[in-house]
Write a protein that binds this ligand. Structure first.
Ligand code: SF4
Length: 226
């Protein structure tokens, strides 16, 4: 995204979650050069695809100030985005590395890094106001991709959809709120190293998204949920 973004400026000043604000302060004291603020979304302001992750990584997005940038979780994501024409480069190392997203935007369900990568339910609910605003600003035909169960549930909450009606399942596509919500296991180090999510599995999700960019699927796939 180019130029100052007023919404991003407002977001980075948010301190609505006391536990997360305290964790950011403590992290800043240990790592003065880190970004250590709520991390705004990154990419095309009018995307065809919004990707929603869980939360900034402690030494990734929380360090660099850009989602999935500078840590292991971003490696598979940006490589895959590049392969499918959504990114101008296959790797994302720093906020000033010149990488651009094309028709794609990346955000998180929770904008502040949580201790142990685990936001609590109150934090997820509170931060949902930001996600809700992001979804409301998307083009009408933009698709959504949730990385993992927490992101999936946060997107449903932001769309006022019932979670029970749309169970998470890797590879599924849920028609919800007039949009297509795709699910993938999160591209975390744990999931990729244990091969819960392989590059081919991730690629298959993006293949489907690309194939369906101009159409609306009517039913979810039958992949097993976790
Ligand atoms: S997690 Fe979200 S709501 Fe909570 S302080 Fe950070 S930006 Fe604000």
């Amino acid at each position: 995204m180019s130029g100052p973004d007023p919404a991003a400026a407002e977001l980075t000043a948010c301190r609505a979650c006391p536990r997360l604000a305290a964790f950011l302060e403590a992290t800043r004291a240990r790592h003065p050069a880190y970004f250590c603020r709520p991390v705004p979304a990154f990419g095309d302001p009018a995307p065809r695809l919004l990707i929603v992750g869980l939360a900034p990584g402690l030494h990734g997005a929380n360090r660099t100030g850009r989602p999935f940038t500078g840590d292991y979780a971003g490696e598979l994501l940006y490589r895959t985005l590049y392969e499918f024409g959504y990114a101008s480069a296959p790797a994302s190392s720093a906020a000033d590395d010149g990488l651009r997203l094309i028709g794609c935007r990346i955000s998180n369900a929770v904008k502040c890094v949580p201790p142990a990568n685990k936001p609590d339910n109150g934090e997820i609910r509170r931060c949902n106001a930001w996600l809700r605003a992001e979804l409301a600003g998307l083009p009408a035909d933009a698709a959504l991709l949730a990385l993992g169960q927490i992101a999936h549930r946060a997107v449903l909450m932001a769309l006022d959809a019932r979670a029970a009606a749309h169970p998470f399942a890797h590879g599924a596509c849920h028609p919800v709120g007039g949009r297509r919500l795709y699910d993938s296991y999160h591209c975390s180090r744990y999931n990729t190293q244990t091969r819960r999510l392989t590059p081919d599995m991730f690629r298959a999700v993006f293949t489907r998204i690309r194939q369906e960019e101009c159409t609306c699927p009517s039913s979810p796939s039958s992949s097993p949920a976790i």
